[in-house]
Design a protein around this ligand. Structure first.
Ligand SMILES: C[S@@+](CC[C@H](N)C(=O)[O-])C[C@H]1O[C@@H](n2cnc3c(N)ncnc32)[C@H](O)[C@@H]1O
Length: 316
């Protein structure tokens, strides 16, 4: 299997995670293991890297890619929404760092039969985890029109959501919509290309992908769970690729970084609420040279936080 994916901001991720050679690092979105390999190379035989991915192909590629590392490597096929159970099963309590590199890999997009790309004609699928039953075909052919409109608006931020959903519902009455190519034709005839907005199918495909994989609803809790697992001084690094996921990450970090939550007019703090993390600087974006060599890097943002307080152990 040729697993092509260029990892984003590798040096920045390594720097943000402040790697300790005997530390335990959790890569929640292992992919082909590009970031994990870079982290693993900095670890000694006492160090450990735990990689999670829900995609079978990613697991295969990463297993091969990480096989030569000196540190302990644990690769788990699963969803990062279950990271607590995964760490418990591995008998791992606290970790030194966690990384989320969200979304899909270039391999997934570029493999036609996965159905992620609007530029390749293939069956409507878009599942990262092919054990799950909900596919893009199901969404497009069986969801009510109003639900389609909502998904296109919320997850695709598409202005012509109503028109596109209506056209899909008209077409599927004639015969089921089976391929990405058929869907792209419907989208193209109902939404104009805009100079800055790019191809309208891009936004609709993003929306369907988010729905099929339930990408947004698990994100905030997963980040909170990862932070709860960090040791004091441990680091969290999250790479996002579009404004919807970035907004969730930013808000979640803001909540975790909040200290006292007493009403403003209280003279003294009675809540005893403490910030769990300190947000380290603003979002980091890739250097121009990386964007030039990897167009996927263009929209990437890396947000980093340092764990400063553990509510469970009351240590500071
Ligand atoms: C951008 S790629 C990661 C690439 C990786 N960092 C590298 O350098 O090779 C994102 C990966 O996360 C996986 N993924 C996305 N959401 C996930 C989730 N909720 N649980 C587990 N894996 C997920 C995808 O299957 C994909 O392989």
């Amino acid at each position: 299997m040729d697993f092509n994916h260029k990892s984003i901001m590798v040096a920045e991720v390594l720097n943000s995670l402040n790697i300790k050679s005997d530390g335990i690092y959790l890569d929640c979105t292992l992919g082909g293991g590009g970031h994990a390999l870079a982290i693993g190379k900095k670890l000694s035989a006492q160090g450990k890297i735990i990689g999670i991915d829900q995609d079978e192909d990613a697991i295969k590629a990463a297993t091969e890619n990480l096989s030569g590392l000196a540190c302990d490597v644990k690769i788990i096929r699963g969803n990062f929404s279950k990271l607590n159970e995964i760490l418990d099963d591995l008998d791992v309590d606290k970790i030194d760092g966690a990384l989320f590199d969200l979304g899909v890999s270039s391999y997934q997009i570029d493999t036609p039969e996965r159905g992620f790309s609007y530029m390749k004609d293939s069956p409507l699928d878009m599942r990262m985890d092919r054990r799950r039953s909900l596919t893009a075909r199901e969404v497009i052919n069986n969801y009510e029109e109003d639900r389609l409109i909502k998904i296109f608006r919320e997850y695709g931020e598409e202005r012509f959501s109503k028109r596109i959903a209506a056209a899909i519902c008209r077409e599927r009455k004639i015969s089921p919509i089976e391929t990405t190519g058929e869907l792209v034709k419907i989208i193209e005839s109902n939404a104009p290309h805009t100079k800055n907005g790019g191809h309208p199918a891009k936004r609709i495909f993003q929306a369907i992908r988010i729905e099929v994989n339930g990408e947004l609803e698990i994100l905030s809790d997963a980040i909170k769970n990862a932070v709860a697992r960090l040791k004091i001084g441990g680091r969290l690094a999250v790479i996002t690729f579009h404004s919807l996921e970035d907004r969730i990450v930013k808000e979640t970090l803001k909540t975790l970084a909040q200290g006292c939550i007493c009403p403003k007019n209280f003279p003294v703090c009675v809540c005893n609420h403490k910030a769990a993390i300190k947000i380290l600087g603003k979002a980091i974006t890739p250097a121009q040279i990386e964007i030039k060599s990897n167009s996927r890097a263009k929209s990437a943002k890396l947000r980093v936080a340092d764990k400063i307080f553990d509510i469970n152990s009351e240590e500071e």
